[in-house]
Design a protein around this ligand. Sequence first.
Ligand SMILES: [Zn+2]
Length: 103
Amino acid sequence: MMPYMQKELVVSLEDIQCVGIQCQYCGARVILDMQAKVTREMFSPQRCPGCGKDYDSAITNNLDDLRRVYTAMVPRARWITLRGKPQDASTQDRQAEVGMSHL
Ligand SMILES: [Zn+2]
């Protein structure tokens, strides 16, 4: 009898630093460093740097909230893990990613 094996992705919050947004129109990706010093109140960009269209506000508003929660949890990050199924490498999107800084 074969034992049932299931892959599980386990990531410590300590190892999470960036979050990515993919534009629903042109597919460009923006990677945001959640540990970057942000001088603006808003963390996430309002429009895609690739095509200039506005991001869905449900995404950007919630990313701002995610960063607030992340920042509050970082001092206790070693006690928190995120778990999920690993993505199949063959189906991963291979589009170029666009880096953004918060200066
Ligand atoms: Zn775009």
